[in-house]
Design a protein around this ligand. Structure first.
Ligand code: NAD
Length: 269
């Protein structure tokens, strides 16, 4: 499908990861020039190499979403390479075992540093990155920011105390930023979020599957509460992404779109 995005430039953070790697490749297929940012530059480079080998345009840059200087440097390089920024995908995020309750780790012993790490990566990272690259959208007077929220932000999931609160804050920030751009800078800058349901990726595999690949009790509960009865695939987030970036979504801002196999629509009864 052609979403009319050809020739635009997208900055994707966490682009060396599972979801944002897939999103970057799909953007490139649509003719978007993609700047792949990740704290692990080699992972972003692998995806960028795949894109260029397939005939797309991509650059890989090392950037830490918690370091404004590193983001400013990356922004200068993107502008130098592609001439500006149309889209920002704030994909860097994740959880940490040490900020997650479990039979081995009760709530009262969770480490402060781990809790702060999860909040910072998911929330502060999205805010700092939007500061760095949002200026480029303001220069153009139009553009889109997409944040990656989570089901954990609608109602908290058990165990993931910091991650659930952080993703709720990501959804809140999405709305705040949408309003702020429109009221202060341009009526044509839109900010939305995608809230993925459960995908089986490296960050949650230890919670959903046992070392032998069988489902944990938590994994079984997730599938039972997903009316579609399965985990999603990262590719299944791309339709919502392309639509939100396209002119078909020209009146959509401040929205958090669930892509979850019905998880958020179902109480389980
Ligand atoms: P992932 O771990 O595969 O990718 C995350 C990427 O972010 C990694 O490449 C990592 O190196 C990078 N990163 C970490 N810290 C960084 C920093 N300080 N600066 C720059 N980059 C940094 O995870 P994923 O499953 O692809 O998740 C991507 C996003 O989707 C995250 O925000 C995650 O919370 C969210 N999400 C995932 C799921 C899921 O089921 N996997 C569900 C809902 C939401």
């Amino acid at each position: 499908m052609d979403y009319g995005l050809k020739g635009k430039t997208a900055v994707v953070t966490g682009a060396g990861g599972v979801i944002c790697g897939v999103m970057s490749k799909e953007l490139a297929k649509q003719g978007v020039k993609v700047a792949l940012l990740d704290i692990l530059e080699e992972n972003a480079r692998k995806v960028a190499d795949e894109i260029t080998a397939a005939g797309g345009e991509a650059i890989a840059l090392k950037a830490d979403v918690l370091d404004p200087k590193s983001l400013e440097e990356a922004c200068s390089k993107v502008v130098e390479a592609f001439g500006g920024v149309d889209f920002l995908i704030n994909g860097a995020g994740g959880n940490k075992r040490q900020a997650t309750t479990s039979p081995e780790m009760d709530f009262f012993h969770l480490e402060a540093d781990a809790i702060r790490w999860v909040f910072d990566l998911n929330v502060t990272g999205a805010i700092l990155t939007t500061q760095a690259f949002g200026k480029e959208l303001v220069k153009k007077g139009k553009g889109c920011v997409i944040n990656i929220a989570s089901m954990a932000g609608y109602l908290p999931l058990t165990n993931t105390v910091a991650y659930s609160a952080a993703k709720a804050a990501v959804a809140n920030f999405t709305k705040w930023m949408a309003v702020h751009f429109n009221l202060n800078y341009s009526k044509e800058i839109r900010v939305n979020a995608i809230a993925p349901g459960f995908l089986l990726t490296e960050q949650n595999r230890y919670l959903l599957t046992n070392p032998d690949g069988s489902s944990t009790p938590r994994g079984e509960k997730v599938i039972a509460k997903t009316p579609m009865g399965r985990y999603g695939k990262p590719e299944e987030l791309c339709g919502a992404l392309m639509w939100l970036l396209s002119d078909d979504a020209s009146f959509v801002t401040g929205a958090v779109i669930p892509v979850d196999g019905g998880f958020s629509a179902y109480w389980g009864v």
